[in-house]
Design a protein around this ligand. Structure first.
Ligand SMILES: [Zn+2]
Ligand SMILES: [Zn+2]
Length: 267
């Protein structure tokens, strides 16, 4: 079944054409509890992981509580290119895999440690049958297996990321509606913009090359305000994941190289 976000109550770009320079698309994933296979896009589902490739482990030393090292990571998301128009991986790849260490990391702001992998499905001739699982997890970081129902939507950048004069006029005209109903899709998504509701925009610069990073993927505690609930159904917390006190974990990638590490921000 498809999932359909209702049209925005009004078109902000019709009121402020300058917003046309601050727009992009996002693919809302609309996870719903199910039984995804390795050949499916999923949240918390099994990954198309090659039998011969080591499973990612976390050997970080910044865990909130001491844990046995190394800790196997867990599948968070798998997105096939054909399911998501905003898939933006290296040429030739057609699967994005997101894993994380499901424990609090001090250096990550008490959040999971995220890694992403891009691969070509046809390269995986034999799938790892039984990935290792961690001995300890924070249950709130373990997504319930969900199938996804991708849908592309248009977004406009966070108000604090707009040029000052434009931001002032948008704020005067729309107030907080701009942030909550008119500009940024909540929930699990690929691409789009971050909603910097906690801190206002932080510089997200690549640790390897310094380039400003762009939003790759969002893991969310909820599917957001009522105006964004799809017309077909509206579970608010389909995956059971909780980030902080109900926030989102934004995963940023470097536009200069897919080899450079991702970075995260909780908002
Ligand atoms: Zn860890
Ligand atoms: Zn970089």
């Amino acid at each position: 079944m498809t999932r359909t976000t209702p049209p925005r109550p009004l078109d902000v770009a019709a009121v402020f054409p300058e917003l046309g320079a601050h727009t992009t698309t996002a693919t809302r994933l609309h996870p719903r509890p199910g039984a995804p296979a390795v050949t499916d896009s999923s949240i918390g589902g099994p990954l198309l992981w090659p039998a011969g490739e080591p499973w990612p482990v976390c050997d970080a030393d910044d865990h909130d509580d001491p844990v046995p090292l190394p800790t196997p990571m867990i599948p968070v998301a798998q997105v096939y290119r054909h399911d998501a128009p905003d898939f933006a991986g290296p040429p030739g790849t057609d699967v994005l895999q997101v894993l994380w260490c499901p424990l609090d990391h001090l250096d990550e702001g008490y959040n999971p440690l995220v890694r992403v992998f891009w691969r070509r499905a046809a390269d995986v001739t034999r799938v790892l049958a039984e990935p290792p699982s961690p001995a300890e997890v924070h249950e709130e970081y373990v997504p319930a297996p969900c199938v996804v129902h991708p849908e592309r939507v248009r977004e406009y950048d966070y108000i604090g990321s707009l040029p000052g004069d434009l931001a002032a006029r948008v704020r005067e005209r729309f107030g907080s509606r701009y942030q909550y109903d008119l500009s940024l899709a909540p929930g699990w998504k690929l691409g789009g913009f971050a909603n910097w509701s906690l801190t206002d925009p932080l510089p997200m610069d690549c640790e390897a090359c310094g380039a400003p990073m762009t939003l790759l993927f969002t893991a969310a505690s909820s599917e957001g305000p009522a105006s964004w609930q799809p017309v077909e159904d509206a579970p608010v917390t389909p995956t059971g994941v909780v980030i902080g006190r109900g926030y989102s974990l934004y995963v940023f990638g470097c536009p200069a190289s897919f080899e450079h590490p991702v970075a995260t921000a909780m908002q």
